[in-house]
Write a protein of this length. Structure first.
Length: 416
């Protein structure tokens, strides 16, 4: 089974388990699993290579899963493997995430099946603008607010905001994750990793793991992994291993995150970081440590390596890095897991803050954004933790239960 199928199976398993515990009627389950609207469009653009002009037609998608609690919200992905099944599963995940942190949004996801690295800047701009033109009838400041995801970035959001504003008037709040100069939020870039570090510290403290005594291992040193590393190092944790797609580096005495960032900025990879020893991505996951943070890919911890994990706490910075069977194995071994639903929700929270600032036309400073982020994350964590203790269930079950209950309740109140 490929990774995407494993993830869809994993998510369905967690949902079914929560539906059972909540004793939801089958018609309610059906409604909660169904998308409100699934849009598929063709995005034709002319590609010019070596003086040759050719029309290419790309497939674009937007799945609007549920908007019982507020406008649809979710990222936009440019990747060759994008398809309706994947986008549908990710749109659902957004519904549960926005509900869990109790922000007034629903869930959506979109994308184009394209390799953005094969396009030049002009072609990427044309593709983004065409996509926005065709999606304009279903997106909007109070309807559906896209954001960047894999293969898209603040520039893509700037083009989309500009395209939408041509026909609707100046509308910064139609997308989030914009450049700061166009209404982007201070703190957005580091929000996800900062949130991961905040929650890891909160749960580690509950487990009586002090920063000074805790070794941290992080797989993935991109946006999320690097800001998690900065956040944990600032709190006094010893980060002993890091990795990227090329492999890992380790130093039992602790890696200087500042030095690692400077090295990556210069060399494009962690490989060869002075003062560290090389380690494979597979071996890195199995290192003796207190806190393990998978911050790269989905389905990283599976039945094949779950029994070899030595961490006491695993914090899911990536989406679905643990398969449901591996999750059971970790639980049986007494390893605590902070689920993705909670752990990496800092990104969508910061997106919400960007939207609020745009609506108010009143930008906040970075300290205000991060203070509010911490406060909401702590609230969400406490609600999950209390439910988990009351019901004697793990944090993942509690997070799904809370989120589903909120969405179901809103659906019933609105009378869909
Ligand atoms: P990114 O592209 O900035 O970084 C990904 C990192 O993973 C890079 O260091 C890359 O080299 C590494 N990597 C890629 N393949 C790898 C492999 N096979 N083994 C080890 N490392 C590998 O991406 P990101 O924004 O940091 O996102 C990381 C994860 O977090 C993804 O699962 C993403 O869906 C999830 N996530 C991101 C955000 C966000 O705000 N960026 C929010 C929620 C969830």
């Amino acid at each position: 089974m490929d990774k995407k199928c494993i993830c869809q199976e994993t998510q369905r398993h967690f949902l079914d388990r929560a539906f059972e515990r909540l004793k939801l009627k089958s018609e309610h389950r059906q409604l909660l699993l169904s998308s409100f609207r699934e849009t598929r469009i063709t995005v034709p653009i002319t590609l010019r290579h070596n003086g040759d002009e050719k029309l290419h037609t790309f497939q674009g998608y937007r799945v609007q899963h549920n908007h019982a609690r507020g406008p649809f919200k979710g990222g936009l992905r440019f990747h060759p493997d994008v398809n309706m099944g994947e986008i549908r599963a990710l749109a659902q995940l957004m519904t549960w995430k926005t509900a869990l942190v109790d922000i007034p949004f629903g869930g959506a996801k979109g994308g184009i099946a394209v390799d953005p690295t094969a396009l030049n800047e002009i072609e990427r701009e044309e593709l983004s603008r065409r996509f926005c033109q065709k999606m304009a009838p279903i997106i909007g400041v109070h309807d559906d607010i896209p954001a960047p995801d894999i293969g898209t970035n603040p520039q893509v959001m700037a083009w989309m905001m500009d395209e939408y504003s041509k026909t609707h008037g100046f509308r910064t709040a139609v997308v989030t994750g914009k450049p700061i100069e166009l209404g982007g939020s201070a703190g957005r870039l580091e929000a996800t990793g900062y949130g991961v570090a905040h929650l890891a510290h909160k749960v580690a403290t509950e487990m009586a793991l002090s920063p000074e005594q805790s070794r941290v291992v992080i797989q993935g040193f991109g946006n999320v992994g690097s800001h998690t590393a900065i956040g944990l190092a600032n709190k006094g944790y010893r980060v002993i291993a890091l990795s990227d797609v090329n492999g890992g580096v380790m130093n039992e005495a602790g890696i200087s995150i500042e030095q690692a960032l400077a090295y990556v900025a210069e060399n494009g990879t962690l490989t060869g970081l002075p003062g560290s020893a090389p380690i494979s991505n597979a071996d890195l996951l199995e290192l003796p440590c207190e806190i393990l943070v998978p911050a790269a890919l989905e389905a990283t911890i599976t039945c094949d390596n779950a029994d070899a994990i030595q961490a006491r706490l695993v914090v899911e910075a990536a989406n679905m890095p643990i398969t449901h069977r591996a999750d059971d194995q970790l639980k049986q071994r007494g390893i605590t897991v902070v689920p993705d639903l909670l752990a990496n929700v800092g990104g969508v929270l910061a997106s919400y803050y960007e939207w609020v600032q745009n609506l108010q036309q009143f930008p906040w400073d970075r300290e205000t954004v991060l203070r509010r982020l911490e406060s909401r994350l702590s609230h969400a964590h406490d609600a999950v933790s209390i439910l988990a203790q009351e019901r004697e269930i793990d944090m993942r079950c509690a997070a799904y239960e809370l989120a589903i209950r909120r969405v179901d309740h809103a659906v019933q109140l609105r009378g869909f």
